[in-house]
Design a protein around this ligand. Structure first.
Ligand code: HAM
Length: 450
């Protein structure tokens, strides 16, 4: 009969990942480090919805881009027929919010955000359909100084994360008029070599020829390398801006390579564009990318407001952190409560709450499917939690109104344990742990065990 029929398994959506507890401390370490770097440059957090009007992304990112043409999760709201899209990136939503709330009327703003983005790409290592970005948008700033600051902020983050081998590629794609002149020459050049274009390039030739420069097709590399370079079409103001960015980077010893073929896959950019790239991740080696998008806000009906930003892929950076070694991660808790017997359990609950009142993190052993667990198995859990102390209560301790406080750090044989009256347990562990914590202060850098 059907009793033995296996229940059908439901699995996650392809290209979308679960973040499991084994990995979440590393993510948290990444996010906290990034957040503290962003704050150290005066960036303020903004949160916008994951769903926006489809038209927002079409107009901001550009109709003839991979994202809009084939990667958006768009749907019709069944309740009212609205055309909506799961955000493929964060800039469009931030720009919408800046205009809607007139955020720059008091002056420029440094904003940052984090969260999931959605693109229907072919999943592979480092490329997912739901992925997480941390991004920054500096809105209302016109000069090259902020471009350089954003780049230096990234550099500081790589250093704080202890990540090596992330290099900076930089380019300027000029303004609309400069791109227009370049575009005309580019089309002429590609038309003269039409037989060398692949299908995608042929399709893009009259729509978005700049994107042809981005081709990964090996057969077209030579053609693309000899194509007219946008950098040669820049006029005085764009050149001065680009030189300004480079001067600040040079002065601060930030190495970079000017890559004239760096054009980015979204249409809103002008002038400065940049990517942070590593060779350690295979094909998906760009860990962070961004640039200036001065005309975007005005094109949405806002008052003309220059802006520049970047976004980094959290999965890719966490992967790099894993490759760098085993980072020193925070323990699950400060104190693990071990107990046996009902009276001991009651006492453990009371003590655990009082230790939490004092600001420490406590895991109280709770019954598993297999039961409450022996002292021995509970001590194993205490060990695995990374707690600095186990507080142990059994029948003898209940009889004497004391708990055993056992230090879980140090070697197995010389681990210290003390018998502490119930009333003194909180002060005892707080003294020990807070005294210890002070040693950790004064550094934000991530350390790895190799
Ligand atoms: P983007 O180049 O499309 O730019 O994405 C930025 C970063 O997000 C990439 O460099 C990569 O690290 C990560 N990323 C992109 N797609 C995926 C994916 N499918 N799976 C995993 N990671 C991915 C933007 O999104 C712009 N909004 C950046 C920006 C902000 N420009 C100005 N302000």
């Amino acid at each position: 009969m059907s009793e033995n029929k296996k229940a059908e398994k439901i699995t996650g959506v392809k290209g979308m990942n679960d973040l499991l507890p084994t990995d979440s401390p590393l993510w948290e370490l990444f996010e906290n480090t990034a957040q503290s770097v962003l704050q150290s440059y005066g960036f303020q957090k903004i949160v916008t919805p994951i769903i926006e009007d489809t038209a927002l992304f079409k107009r901001a990112i550009g109709a003839v881009t991979d994202i809009v043409e084939k990667e958006m999760y768009s749907f019709t709201d069944a309740m009212n027929g609205d055309q909506l899209t799961l955000r493929p990136e964060g800039t469009a939503g931030v720009v919408r919010a800046v205009i809607e709330h007139n955020l720059v009327y008091e002056g420029p703003k440094r904003l940052w955000y984090k969260g999931p983005m959605f693109r229907h790409e072919r999943p592979q290592r480092g490329r997912y359909r739901q992925f997480f970005q941390i991004g920054a948008e500096a809105v209302g700033f016109a000069g090259p100084d902020i471009d350089a600051e954003l780049i230096m902020l990234c550099r500081r983050l790589w250093d704080d994360l202890g990540l090596e081998g992330i290099r900076l590629e930089l380019n300027s794609i000029g303004d609309a008029a400069e791109r227009q002149r370049h575009r005309a020459d580019l089309i002429t050049y590609f038309e003269a070599n039409a037989e060398l274009l692949d299908a995608e390039a042929t399709r893009r030739l009259h729509q978005n020829p700049l994107r042809i420069l981005d081709t990964k097709n090996p057969a077209m590399q030579d053609l693309v390398n000899k194509a007219p370079k946008l950098l040669d079409y820049l006029e005085a103001e764009s050149i001065a801006h680009f030189e300004g960015v480079k001067r600040i980077l040079d002065h601060n010893n930030i190495p970079y390579t000017v890559n004239p073929r760096l054009v980015r896959g979204l249409d809103y950019y002008n002038r400065t564009v940049f990517e942070w790239v590593t060779d350690a991740l295979g094909a998906q080696g760009t860990v962070c990318a961004g640039g200036r998008y001065d005309p975007l806000i005005a094109s949405f009906g806002g008052k003309p407001t220059p802006a520049v930003g970047f976004a980094m892929g959290i999965e890719r950076l966490v992967e790099l952190m894993k490759m760098a070694g085993e980072p020193a991660l925070p323990a699950q808790c400060d104190v693990y409560m071990v107990h046996q017997g009902e009276a001991a359990q009651m006492q453990a609950f009371v003590l655990a709450e009082r230790i939490r009142d004092a600001g420490l993190d406590v895991v109280l052993h709770c019954a598993a499917a297999s039961g409450a667990g022996s002292f021995k198995s509970q001590m194993k859990k205490a060990d695995g939690s990374g707690a600095a102390f186990a507080v142990i209560i059994g029948d003898d301790e209940i009889a004497n109104h004391v708990a055993i406080v056992k230090s879980m750090r140090g070697a197995e044989d010389d681990s210290q344990q003390s018998t502490v009256p119930f009333d003194e347990v909180v002060d005892y562990v707080v003294d020990q742990i807070v005294g210890d914590h002070d040693h950790d202060h004064g550094h934000d850098h991530v350390h790895y065990h190799h």
